[in-house]
Each structure stands twice: as C-alpha cells, then as structure tokens.
Design a protein around this ligand. Structure first.
Ligand code: PEP
Ligand code: MN
Length: 367
C-alpha cells in the first residue's frame, strides 16, 4: 500500500504523526520518501505487506481526506503506476523531466579529447539544446579497448558545459566512487553544469551500485535496461534505486542481445516505450545508438539510428540519448554508431516533428 499525502504536508504534520502512531501501535512496518510528482514533491508512506494491509478503514479515517491511498499495488510499489495515472516529474538544474517534456541528449559516447567535447557542446548550443551525453568512465567489453579518460577529463568537460549553456550531462558511473569523483570535481569547478548519473546496461543488476545512486539526492539517475533480462527484472532495478530513496529516475530502453538483431547491434525494444509508461510512473528514454547501432543511410538518406529514434519519440519517449561525434571515424569508442555533428540539425528537426506528431496522436485518441 502507498499513501500519498497532499502537497505541502510534511513529517511534522499532525495527520502524518497520527498515521505513524497507528502503524507503530499495530506493528505495521512502513517507510517514507518524497515522490517527485507533477504538482511538486509529495510525501509518500509505503507499507510492505505480504497479506492485505490490516486496518485499512482506520487508516483511511486517520488520513482525514488529506492523502490518496493506493491499496493494491504493482510489484514496484514506489515506481509503479497508481490508479490516478500520475507520473513522476522533477526539475534538475533548470531542466524539467516529466511526461510533458521531451529532452534530447546528443553527445559523445566517450570523451576522447577536450576538442571533441567542446565541438559537441557547441553543436548542441547551436541547436538550442541544453543537455548532452559525455562518457568518462567506460565499461568496455575488451580490456584492450580505450577505457575512457576517467576523472581527468571532468574539469574541462564541466567548464565547457558551463560555457556552452549545457545544463545536464548524462554520464555513466561504474562504481560508487565515481559519484564522489563527479561531485568533487563539479564542486571544485563551481558547479557550472549538472550531471545525470547513468547506470549502464551491464550494471542494471549491480545492486550495490543501484543502492549507491539511490541513496543520494543530489543527482537524478538514468537507468539503462539490462540487455539480457526481462523488462520486469529491469524495472526492479528502478525500484531498487527508488527504495534506496531516490525517485528521480528516468528509464532508458537500449535494445536486447539477440542473434535476431543482426545486422543491428541489439534488438530494438522501443515497443516497450508505452509499456513502461503503462506499468510505471517513470519517464522513458530511448538510446537508438546502442540498440540499432547502424548509421548507414536508407534511400531517403535517413539512418536506422534516426528511424528508430523517430519510432521511440512518436510512441511517447520523453528523452533520446544518442551518440554523435565531430569526426566519427576518429572516435575512440563506438565511432561506427556515432552520427556526425553536421547531421545534428536534421536530427533535431526530425525529433521535434515526431514529438509534435505524438502530441497530435494523443489528441486523436482523446476525441
Ligand atoms: C553508453 O551509453 O555509453 C553505454 C555503454 O550504453 P549501454 O550501457 O546501454 O551499453
Ligand atoms: Mn557506447
């Protein structure tokens, strides 16, 4: 059972204290957290019970109409959708993440030089974009591949972001210490930008890392689905982050490992955009680069990467994380799937067209 209090109700409120007293007296265990909802953060109480929560009527009368009750819940109590359909929404460093927003995160799979980072951010700024991706800590399949520049690139990446108006950088973390490294260097450079901590597909079931990003409130989290596990299992990863205290999570589809995917890198799973929205309160991102992984153009000059991005956006994705590079042939990581920065203006125009189309599609279904 989840109890969502009305806005502005805090732990100090008499109704909340009465609820806690009732639960304690009856040995009903509970926990509380802030749910980032569209009207602002709201206090929620979670009661985990294998049987039907006892005293439901007494709980309802204690709440005095100052909270909504979600009695029968999904396996994901914190991130699961409520009957009222309300979704998570938050603002981070001036960028809003909710179901009515659409954020593009084109950027470097891996930072390989200061020059690439600057050119990428200049290209984003020229398109009026204030988000990018910049990989510093890279989980490479081969130990002999470029492993990312690590913390050493962070000072110039953060400073350039401030200079070119980038407010949020999606950046993967491989261990809890990476969060501290990012935090220390952001602080040292005067916080010129913000970071969305990315959990890569390989770490989707790394419970200690999920708990590490979940037990801090400074940075929102972009969680990639696991490439070889079910959607439900990946959603449990989101629940782990929320259960540790951080509900500012966006869920990212990035394709599944399958021989059926060839010649794509992974089997595109963007049919799950609407499924994740139906099952959870999370915003949904799609990563066309790590899923399709093919930038060869079709007879209209549009790459598979751009086509699958369009498919995700037209289905309601709230965010696109996509690899670009000033010179893909020289990129030290995943250059084969990076689009060139010259292609960014066309890509952005196409994504906006798809977003508008999605909004029109919703209007048609409301008729
Ligand atoms: C990435 O986005 O850089 C990445 C490694 O993606 P994934 O974890 O989806 O493979
Ligand atoms: Mn990559």
């Amino acid at each position: 059972m989840i109890i969502t209090f009305d806005s502005n109700i805090t732990h100090q409120d008499a109704t909340v204290k009465a609820l806690e007293a009732l639960l304690r007296e009856n040995n009903i265990s509970y926990s509380s957290y802030m749910a980032p909802l569209s009207g602002g953060p709201r206090l929620e109480y979670q009661i985990v019970s294998s049987v039907e929560v006892p005293l439901q009527e007494t709980i309802v009368s204690t709440l005095g109409g100052r909270a909504e009750l979600c009695p029968h819940h999904s396996p994901f109590p914190r991130v699961g959708i409520h009957p009222n359909g309300e979704r998570f929404a938050f603002e981070y460093n001036g960028v809003r993440f909710d179901d009515n927003t659409f954020n593009l995160f084109p950027g470097l799979c891996a930072v390989d030089s200061e020059d690439s980072a600057i050119k990428m951010m200049q290209a984003c700024q020229a398109e009026g974009l204030d988000c990018t991706r910049m990989g510093a800590f890279k989980p490479r399949t081969s130990p002999y591949s470029f492993q990312g520049l690590g913390a050493e690139c962070l000072p110039y990446v953060f400073e350039a972001a401030g200079k070119y108006g980038i407010k949020v950088i999606a950046m993967e973390v491989l261990e809890a210490a990476d969060i501290e490294r990012i935090d220390r260097i952001l602080e040292g450079t005067g916080r010129p930008t913000g970071v969305m901590l990315q959990i890569g597909t390989r770490n989707c079931q790394n419970v200690s890392l999920l708990k590490a990003v979940g037990s801090q409130q400074t940075y929102p989290v972009l969680l990639k689905r696991g490439f070889g596990i079910s959607l439900h299992e990946s959603l449990f990863a989101a629940e782990h982050i929320a259960a540790a205290g951080n509900c500012q999570v966006v869920f990212c589809l990035r394709g599944l490992k399958s021989i059926g995917a060839a010649p794509h890198r992974n089997l595109v799973d963007f049919g799950h955009v609407s499924t994740v929205k139906r099952l959870t309160r999370l915003g949904v991102c799609a990563d066309p680069s790590h899923s399709a992984g093919a930038r060869a153009p079709d007879n209209c000059g549009i790459s598979d990467i751009q086509h699958v991005s369009a498919q995700a956006v037209i289905a309601g994705a709230n965010m696109i994380l996509v690899d670009f590079h000033p010179d893909p042939s020289k990129a030290l990581c995943d250059g084969h799937q990076a689009l060139s920065v010259e292609q960014l203006p066309r890509f952005v125009q196409d994504m906006h067209l798809c977003r508008e189309t999605f909004i029109k599609r919703c209007k048609i279904s409301e008729q």
